[in-house]
Design a protein around this ligand. Structure first.
Ligand code: PGA
Length: 253
């Protein structure tokens, strides 16, 4: 029997969250999670960097994990405004998102820089969540698999560097739009990614979690999370309030 990796529900707060509201929602989520006895997934929050320290304090004695939204590929130095993977680990993060489409487009990140960030994250003890996905035009041209394939070829670390790794398939046209691909389409892309991970990493490719991201919410999460090779979700807007994220978490109770 195929052993499925333990699913992960990751909340990406993006550039949202003032301290008072952020900590209020974190406390609510912590309380919700502490009451669940049959939780089958791991839960991660990636808040803006300004909230990492207070959130770490609030999440003491909680199963909820903490992650960054990006990191520099170097450990330290003259890189104004950047944060290194080592620094994220130091403050208590164990995960970091790399190559989110908003960084690929808004900050001109290339597959190469995404790979360098992932390698730096792994060397620093973090698990990188590497994001891939096609835009609306590429989808219309039916080039999704070749676009995702090219991103995988160039963004994934070499076998010897890939000790810890998570993939997130996020169709750009589905992010923040309320649009979600048909479940068959999610299945097709996730199976393709699984095949590529096996090709690159052998047996280990079967253990790497592949998250789906893009307009996941309570009303669609159970369906999406039931798709073969979907090992969790990367959730933006619906992770900001504990009641919304809790609703998604309930899909794994
Ligand atoms: P969304 O964002 O859930 O708000 O669509 C997902 C993401 O960008 O990670």
């Amino acid at each position: 029997m195929k052993i499925k990796p333990r699913p992960l529900l990751a909340g990406n707060w993006k550039m949202n969250g003032m301290k008072s509201v952020g900590m209020r929602e974190t406390k609510k989520l912590k309380s919700f999670v502490s009451k669940q006895t049959s939780l089958r997934c791991e839960i991660l929050i990636c808040p803006p960097a300004t909230l990492l320290a207070p959130m770490k304090a609030v999440l003491k004695d909680s199963k909820i994990l903490l992650g960054g939204q990006d990191c520099h590929y170097k450990n330290a130095g003259a890189h104004t405004g950047d944060i290194s993977a080592e620094m994220l680990y130091d403050i208590g993060c164990r995960y970091v998102i790399v190559g989110h489409s908003e960084r690929r487009t808004g900050h001109n990140e290339t597959n190469r820089s995404v790979r360098d960030k992932a390698v730096s994250a792994i060397k620093s003890g973090l698990t990188p969540i590497i994001c891939v996905g096609e835009n609306q035009r590429q989808r219309k041209q039916q080039t999704t698999l070749s676009v995702v394939g090219a991103q995988l070829t160039a963004s994934l670390p070499k076998k010897e560097d890939a000790k810890k790794l998570i993939l997130a398939y996020e169709p750009i046209w589905a992010i923040g739009t309320g649009l979600v691909p048909a479940l068959e389409d999610i299945h097709l892309v996730h199976s393709y990614i699984r095949g590529r991970l096996h090709g690159r990493y052998g047996d280990y490719g079967g253990k790497i979690r592949i998250l789906y991201g893009g307009s996941v919410k309570k009303s669609n999460s159970a369906g999406i999370l039931s798709v073969d090779n979907v090992d969790g979700a990367l959730v933006g807007g619906a992770s900001l309030l504990a009641k919304d994220f809790g609703g998604i978490i309930s899909s794994y109770l």
